[in-house]
Design a protein around this ligand. Structure first.
Ligand code: DGL
Length: 265
């Protein structure tokens, strides 16, 4: 029994890590669509097409549950994924939005996610008094993928992105792109201590844990990384090197074609 998850690149590893913390001994199949990275500046049509291809590929992977570890696809094409897969689908935006208690909320996300206002709509839906301000951060994903996360340049860019949110006196800040937890130290340094950083992967992990507890007889057979599979659509070596940075081991990475159906053994 295994859980599928995907992202455009290494960002989904932040979700993977959180989920593994809460649900150890589970096997996962992680797909990084590195050939088409970044997603955040693509059109809705492109994202919906990608979501269809990815979820169709996952139909052949013998999964029992699916995590949308990419906020951009979550915001634009969750319906496509749910319609294509016939297993329970867990998503970041819905999972975290219902847990937000603050009344002034900032969201950092990709341009495509911000355009949809998916975070604002979901938060206000469960907390109508909330004020939500969303900020797109087009420069972050390419820099994070290049491991350029300690430069003066990314610091200056982050200061610029945070400025309008801080002006609005936000109380909490949602990391609305799964790549952004990889720059948590930088963001923490730039934010006043009164602003609470929220990683949606925590709420998503809780949802998965509840699901697994309800099906306990079928889960808990895997071992961290040993029984998990990592797949990419381009450059497996680079992904393995980048993943080592966050997972502390070089995972074995398979190059896959989404057109080729069939289970990754
Ligand atoms: N990490 C993804 C997200 O959460 C996609 C980022 C990108 O590829 O631009 O939105």
């Amino acid at each position: 029994m295994r859980i599928g998850l995907f992202d455009s690149g290494v960002g989904g590893l932040t979700v993977f890590k959180k989920v593994v913390e809460l649900c150890p001994n589970t096997s996962f199949i992680y797909l990084a669509d590195t050939a088409r990275l970044p997603y955040g500046e693509k059109t809705s049509n492109e994202i919906r097409q990608i979501a269809e291809e990815i979820s169709s590929w996952f139909r052949y992977q013998s999964i029992d549950g699916f995590l949308v570890a990419c906020n951009t696809t979550n915001a634009i094409a969750l319906d496509v994924i749910k319609n294509t897969l016939d297993v329970p689908v867990f998503d970041l935006i819905e999972s975290v939005s219902s847990t937000i208690k603050s009344s002034r909320v900032g969201v950092l996300a990709t341009s495509s996610t911000v355009k949809t206002k998916a975070y604002t709509n979901a938060i206000v839906n469960s907390n109508p008094a909330a004020f939500v301000i969303e900020q797109s951060c087009p420069e972050f994903v390419p820099m994070i993928e290049m491991d350029d996360i300690n430069s003066t340049m990314i610091t200056d860019i982050a200061i610029g992105y945070l400025k309008p949110l801080l002006k609005q006196k936000i109380e909490s800040l949602i990391l609305g792109c799964s790549h952004y937890p990889l720059i948590t130290p930088l963001l923490t340094e730039l934010l006043p201590s009164s602003v609470k950083l929220i990683d949606p992967a925590e709420a998503l992990s809780l949802q998965l844990k509840l699901f697994m507890d309800s099906r306990k007889s079928n889960f808990g057979k895997g071992k961290f990384l040993v029984d998990s599979k990592f797949c990419v659509t381009a450059d497996p070596k680079n992904f393995s090197i980048r993943a080592k940075h966050w997972l502390n081991v070089f995972p074995e990475v398979n190059l896959v074609s989404l057109q080729k159906k069939g289970c990754v053994s």
